[in-house]
Design a protein around this ligand. Sequence first.
Ligand code: AMP
Ligand code: MG
Length: 491
Amino acid sequence: MSLASFPTVVLDDRFARELPELAVPWEAAAAPEPQLLVLNAELAADLGLDAAALRSPDGVGLLTGTLVPDGARPVAQAYAGHQFGGFSPRLGDGRALLLGELVDQAGRPRDLHLKGSGRTPFARGGDGLAAVGPMLREYLLSEAMHALGIPTTRSLAVVATGRPVQRETVLPGAVLARVAASHLRVGSFQYARATGDVDLLRRLADHAIERHHPAAAQAEQPYLALFEAVVAAQAALVAQWMLVGFVHGVMNTDNMTISGETIDYGPCAFLDAYDPATVYSSIDEGGRYAYGNQPGIAQWNLARLAEALLPLLAEDQDAAIGVATEALGRFAPAYAAAWTGGMRAKLGLPAAPAGPADPEVLDLAEELLGSLQSGHVDWTTAFRALGDAARGDAEPVRGLVLDLPALDAWLGRWRALEPDGAAMDRVNPVYVPRNHLVEEALDAATAGDLAPFERLHEVLAAPYHPRPGLERYAAPAPEDFARAYRTFCGT
Ligand code: AMP
Ligand code: MG
């Protein structure tokens, strides 16, 4: 079907052409009564898509995959994955489609992808659908992460389909249109490896190098350099999650990208009180994906990527394991360097020479984090209050922490380093998607009132600048809410 409103839009099918074994051509399910709930006009413009046209019936057709430009070839992507540690050789897009690739204003290829667009051959027992609440949740959280400067897939639109979705109750259905550097995952490589087809694995690696880590092509061992680049990108990403208090919630290998973007916002949430053991996801009973476990899990997932890449790393298996192990060993120091560098900035201290060892900050942070944990102190509030303390007003932070003599001693040590309060305010957000605010907005939206969602979205778009009248968006959740809070996968 051609799209009169988008005469110039070209959706490339490069992924499907280069990697047909990983691409099942498929069509989106019809949306009986589509209604555009939210559109990201700024992102649309960056993709060369006219926002007004996207609001038209043709545009809504594109955003639900029911009308695609001539030459487009939507596909469900195949991938495997370790889910909570157990390997599934065949997961794939059970309710998602890659519509194709667009080029953004900077000339970079971007996947245009749908979630909730109907059953595919990978659907297994699932209905292929998604509900309005979880799709708006992904929209809100991914755009908040983007505003915080953290690499992430973006959200272009959510369209209510008019189709009811059966979950614990009957919910309104929706399709999310999202945009990513690509949807290549650790699980994509695991899938290719599991087929036993080394040529496919090599083509996938070549595709990933060209698309995400082009410098690797110039290296002596391009596939090893690809692995090293993914290790570096993920170390940097997870450090940013930790510094902002983000808990992904379901860090299965199929939910970890090769690009280093955050992907698949399911049961994710932001920390209220600081505690490394924090788990929000209702399905994470063992706490595998607890806040404090995230760096270790990222490394575990990267080890699975290394295993998948082994046939490309050396002729001899032992030699391949040797180089992969050495490269994986760089995760911990890269993570430590990114985290300590970020913590330096959060504490308003000047950058230190690059390197994982920064005993000054590690020491300060360890003590501070200990008192935040024992005092059940809100992560986001604490760093803004420290900004005030850097400017000479320690009362806000003294009001948060229980052990005041210890805090005062700590403040004395820290202030001797002359922290820069204004610099702190540029890296420590005032507004994050607090769980109680997200739930409030999604409950209202599911009941038909989008105003709280729009308001929260607008607040989160400028997370570092406090604005009068927005005090409740900066305040921690009521204690009883925070203690009992659970997130659901939203499938
Ligand atoms: P996720 O937990 O969202 O990363 O999804 C894990 C796997 O389950 C992927 O293969 C999804 O495509 C699939 N999946 C999740 N929800 C559904 C659904 N409602 N229908 C079909 N497949 C689904
Ligand atoms: Mg997923």
